[in-house]
Design a protein around this ligand. Structure first.
Ligand code: G3P
Ligand code: CA
Length: 277
């Protein structure tokens, strides 16, 4: 089972920063995952939320809005990333205010990521498109400029929005992998669970499905998805939300038969994976 550094190694350093990504790879993660949004001037930047209040020092600035879609890249460049959970992640919080918000271009240009696997989650696609911000085109353009194939980089694109993921695939093409992200409250219209019909539709369109842990043990989701030829990932392993003892919980997640697991502390999950093999 592969171990993916979630927003880098966000259990140790502020999420979605270059420092967090490099730490995840130095811990041995098989891939890093990060989130992409888009600025008012159409630049793809690495942030989970479109509201910057929770993970940046924007409240210290005099901007009129805290929304990424209202800010230009030169505004974003003035900000620094804060730890999202300063009370529980005290060590990481000591780095609050120190790291920049990376652009997608900067991440793709990092030579340390040559030969690595990058999992790019496109966030809030429809929302941005309604504002005239074409995040699909911007991600496609940055990927094209980055020469990723020649540098041996593997790219997986993920999205909670079925239509946006289809658009990404249509525009970017078959050299990347495409994984549909599922959550109980974010399934396609009319769907309440990952049943066989929905999984079959995902398999017709994409390479994999990523399953929220809360849905992982509902019926035989993993077996059904695998039988349909899908790769199956799950999110998110984190020590703070382990159900019972951390090692035992991570073993249970691994034993579900998934192909890959996103982890906030990739080193801890890697140790459990290593001990089992
Ligand atoms: O890729 C899995 C995971 O990142 C999806 O949830 O909210 O952490 O972006 P979230
Ligand atoms: Ca994500």
């Amino acid at each position: 089972m592969l171990v993916f550094g979630h927003r880098g190694a966000c259990g140790y350093l502020p999420e979605n920063t270059m420092e967090s990504f490099e730490l995840a790879f130095s811990q041995g993660a098989d891939a890093i995952e990060f989130d992409v949004v888009i600025t008012k001037d159409h630049k793809a930047v690495i942030l989970h939320d479109n509201d910057l209040s929770h993970t940046t020092n924007i409240d210290d600035k005099n901007f009129l809005s805290a929304k990424v879609e209202d800010l230009n890249l030169e505004d974003i460049a003035q900000l620094r990333v804060n730890e999202r959970y300063p009370e529980s992640r005290v060590e990481s919080a000591s780095y609050s205010g120190k790291f920049q918000i990376p652009t997608l271009a900067q991440v793709l240009a990092n030579p340390k990521f040559d030969g690595k696997h990058l999992i790019i989650e496109v966030k809030h696609g429809k929302h941005f498109q309604q504002l005239g911000l074409d995040i699909v085109a911007e991600v496609a353009s940055e990927l094209q400029k980055s020469n990723w194939q020649q540098r041996g980089i593997q790219i997986t694109l993920e999205c909670f929005e079925f239509g946006i993921l289809r658009e990404l695939k249509r525009v970017i093409g078959p050299d990347c992998k495409y994984v549909f992200l599922s959550a109980p409250d974010m399934l396609p219209v009319g769907k309440a669970q990952l049943d066989h019909e929905l999984l079959a539709e995902i398999a017709e369109n994409f390479d994999g499905v990523s399953v929220a842990i809360s849905m992982l043990f509902q019926g035989d989701v993993v077996g059904m998805a695998k039988d349909l030829g899908l790769k199956v990932f799950a999110y998110t392993a984190r020590i703070e939300t382990a159900e019972g003892e951390v090692g035992t919980w991570f073993e249970r997640l691994i034993d579900s038969g998934i192909d890959g697991l996103f982890a906030d502390q990739p080193d801890v999950l890697l140790k459990v994976v290593g001990d089992k093999s």
